[in-house]
Design a protein around this ligand. Structure first.
Ligand SMILES: Cc1cc2nc3c(=O)[nH]c(=O)nc-3n(C[C@H](O)[C@H](O)[C@H](O)COP(=O)(O)OP(=O)(O)OC[C@H]3O[C@@H](n4cnc5c(N)ncnc54)[C@H](O)[C@@H]3O)c2cc1C
Length: 442
């Protein structure tokens, strides 16, 4: 019987461990934290993927095309497989270019159900046991791992294959500074604090190649300090509606096409001074987008007033002039912001928003209806889109473009499927976690 070690009990780890055990391997699932679940347990539980390969290429044009094909092809059977193991996944109405299911009643229940299934099939789980090193045999293949046990001792575990699913490097300050630059220290971790790049570091220590997309990540804009967002409530404070708004930096200037989407804009904000931006919108956007009813696993929220209550910088005013004047108290060049808004509104009126210096290609919502709103936001980083280079079997590739035998990566530890833009995080763990398990025991 093949022995497989899975590193990390989040989405990718649970899927690969359960799949490998189901296929007959002896599986040990090793988790750094005291509880399983990782970012999966904090997520909205919306398992979504592009509806077709063409949709994926449009949603994430810079992603790896081969891995993208694997993702889209493996997603429907992955959903069936989860449901076959007792996961309650409800199909949601969504945009025509995506297929979406919701974990019910919530992602924590999903973690519990998948884990119970894994243990019932005879799998082994070790909590509080960070994997610290990969062991490679003299003949080449990866032959096991070294873990730090609960007592602090080091223990070596043998395996025929190791699947890295430790959730990306967003919680590692040094790697963030390396890949995201000057203001990376200001980013707020919008995910599990245990995801500190261990898979990436252990893989690259064996010669693994970094994927494309190392400088990109998935995240969202959240209230800026001094606000501190409660970690169980990130979704309520996520400003998806920056896509319908105008973003300015401390110089009062736009710096990205907001309409591409909040998950892309937040990557630009990460590179602006202090990783700070102000989102500006009018009362129509406030009512239609900034205030959200409960749905899709998320609670109802008034993102503006709740963010102010948390301490985020912001204000409301009846004229654009007063709004921009008020921004100066937060260190923003108010005159610049006013010029930016006048130019934006003028372009909207002329139908020429796509010709602005920073083009606004879609959803150009001018600021017309008072009161007007301004709120300071920063980047919440959820998971890194770059990671270890894998092939279509989720095998890790080295810097000479050769497979590292016995080493796999899935979920946020593997990189390049998405790049700059994003089409689902949980689907990556599902599809590539299962791929890794299938290949590892073949
Ligand atoms: C607030 C929020 C909302 C989200 N909403 C959605 C959504 O609706 N839809 C969607 O598709 N995605 C969503 N995501 C993203 C999604 O949660 C992630 O893409 C997904 O969980 C990544 O899976 P993963 O297995 O790679 O990492 P994780 O699920 O984070 O699992 C990684 C695990 O590895 C463990 N680990 C780390 N290092 C080690 C080590 N050295 N040894 C052992 N264990 C280790 C961690 O403790 C963790 O348990 C959301 C995330 C957040 C935080």
């Amino acid at each position: 019987m093949k022995k497989i070690i899975v590193v990390g009990a989040g989405m990718a780890g649970l899927c690969s461990a359960l799949q490998a055990r189901e296929l007959g391997a002896q599986v040990t699932l090793i988790e750094k934290g005291a509880t399983p679940g990782g970012s999966l347990a904090m997520s909205g539980g919306t398992v979504w993927c592009a509806a077709s390969y063409a949709d994926l290429r449009r949603l994430v044009p810079l992603g790896d095309p081969i891995l993208g094909r694997v993702l889209v092809d493996g997603y429907p059977s992955g959903i069936d497989w989860l449901q076959g193991h007792g996961a309650t996944l409800t199909r949601l109405d969504s945009l025509p270019d995506r297929t979406t299911y919701l974990m019910e009643p919530n992602p924590r229940a999903f973690v519990t159900a998948m884990l119970e299934r894994f243990l019932a099939l005879g799998g082994e789980l070790r909590l509080n046991s960070p994997v610290e090193r990969l062991i490679r045999s003299a003949t080449g293949p990866v032959a096991g791992v070294e873990i730090r046990t609960q007592t602090g001792a080091l223990e070596q575990l043998e395996a025929d294959a190791v699947i890295l699913s430790s959730g990306g490097f967003q919680g590692n300050r040094a790697l963030r500074a390396q890949f995201f630059g000057r203001w990376s220290d200001r980013l707020v971790l919008r995910g599990s604090p245990n995801n500190t790049g261990d898979g990436y570091l252990m893989g690259t220590a064996l010669g693994a190649a970094p994927s494309i997309g190392m400088s990109s990540f998935y995240g969202h804009l959240i209230p800026a300090p001094p606000a501190v967002v409660p970690t169980h409530d990130f979704i309520a404070y996520t400003h998806y509606h920056s896509a319908q708004s105008v973003l300015v930096n401390v110089h009062g200037e736009r710096f990205c096409d907001e309409s591409v989407g909040d998950e892309t804009s937040c990557q630009y904000v990460a590179r602006e001074p202090n990783a700070l931006a102000f989102v500006l919108y009018d009362d129509d956007v406030y009512r239609n987008f900034a205030v959200r009813p409960a749905g899709g696993g998320a609670r109802a929220t008034d993102t503006f007033h709740e963010s102010l209550a948390l301490g985020a910088p912001g204000l409301k005013a009846n004229t654009l002039e007063a709004l921009c004047e008020g921004l100066t108290q937060f260190g923003v060049y108010g005159k610049g912001a006013l010029t930016t808004l006048h130019e934006f509104n003028q372009a909207f009126a002329n139908g020429s928003a796509a010709q602005l210096r920073i083009p606004r290609k879609a959803t150009a919502n001018a600021l017309l209806k008072p009161p007007f709103y301004a709120l300071g936001l920063t980047t919440g980083i959820t998971f890194t889109l770059g990671g270890l280079q894998i092939n279509e079997n989720a095998q890790v590739i080295d810097r000479s473009a050769r497979v590292i035998p016995g080493l796999y990566a899935a979920g946020a530890d593997s990189g390049g499927v998405h790049n700059e833009q994003y089409a689902g995080g949980l689907c990556l763990g599902l599809v590539f976690g299962r791929k890794a398990a299938h290949h590892a025991i073949s």
